[in-house]
Design a protein around this ligand. Structure first.
Ligand code: OAD
Length: 254
């Protein structure tokens, strides 16, 4: 009952919101079949981040790191965005200002049609020259050769993602922080809210007086601070909110 009340209250808040930010994490792609990091079958249960997702790991064995990313790329390419991703894409044209901030590197939001995205941790479909810093898009699955080399200078390419121990792109985190502090409402979808600096963005929204709505089947460290916790799957809840807000009522046919 109280969950229904929360849902109704969130819908009400969204009706009057002009600047909306959604912060997403790997949980939004779980229903597409892409593993999360910390759940029961999360990637960090099977793999050690320090062996695969750090600059040191890459320096030790670029081949091993690229093989892991190549495996993940293959897995992601075989999956599709779901209704939750599509709703967030459609909302770009529904609110005066809607920004998607994602920690995900899977590219699912783009595939669903989102354009206004801040990708905090980069994108697995891009690679960067370790010498010149040039970023190129590459959708090949599987990759060949592994590790890939820069077509211009022949140096090693690396995944254009943020690894543990690396800073985020300054411009991207700056814009994400500003938008979080300026929004009228923030949705936090499918993240365990433990990885910084992403985890502090909802706190900026709260500090600025904006309600924070968490959509997650599980409680997180953010839950006690969130104004509303909608316990459920992104692929169920986002379409429910969308149809309550934007569904065109059908005329009664007869
Ligand atoms: P986590 O794996 O830490 O958390 C996933 C969250 O999604 C959990 O809170 C789940 O309860 C929730 N979840 C699962 N299924 C869901 C569903 N259907 N709908 C909504 N929520 C669902 O993933 P992130 O928070 O994204 O960083 O992890 C943050 C960062 O840690 C990642 O970007 C990655 C990782 O290490 C880097 O690689 C730099």
């Amino acid at each position: 009952m109280s969950e229904n009340l929360d849902l109704a209250a969130v819908i009400q808040k969204l009706r009057s919101a002009r600047q909306v930010v959604a912060l997403t994490g790997s949980g939004i792609s779980a229903e597409s079949g892409i593993p999360t990091f910390r759940g029961a079958e999360g990637l960090w249960r099977t793999y050690r981040a320090q062996d695969l997702a750090t600059p040191e790991a890459f320096a030790r064995s670029p081949k091993l790191v690229w093989e892991w990313y190549d495996w993940r790329r293959g897995l992601m390419a075989a999956k599709n965005p779901h209704a939750g991703h599509r709703v967030l894409a459609a909302w770009e044209n529904r609110f005066s200002r809607f920004t998607l901030i994602t920690q995900n590197i899977d590219g699912m939001h783009r595939r669903a049609g989102s354009k206004n995205i801040l990708e905090l941790h980069g994108n697995i479909w891009r690679m960067r020259c370790t010498q010149e810093g040039t970023v190129t898009e590459n959708m090949d699955t599987p990759l060949s050769p592994i590790p890939p080399l820069c077509p211009d200078c022949g140096a090693l390419m690396r995944p254009h993602v943020v690894w543990f121990g690396e800073p985020l792109d300054r411009e991207v985190i700056h814009r994400a922080s500003l938008l979080s502090a300026q929004c009228d409402l923030m949705l936090v979808v499918g993240t365990s809210a433990v990885v910084q600096p992403a985890a502090s963005l909802p706190l900026s929204a709260l500090d600025a007086g904006a309600p924070v709505v968490e959509i997650n089947p599980e409680a997180t460290p953010l839950t006690p601070y969130a104004d509303f916790s909608l316990r459920g799957k992104a692929g169920d809840i986002l379409p429910q909110i969308d149809s309550a807000l934007f569904r065109v009522p059908r005329e009664n046919g007869s």
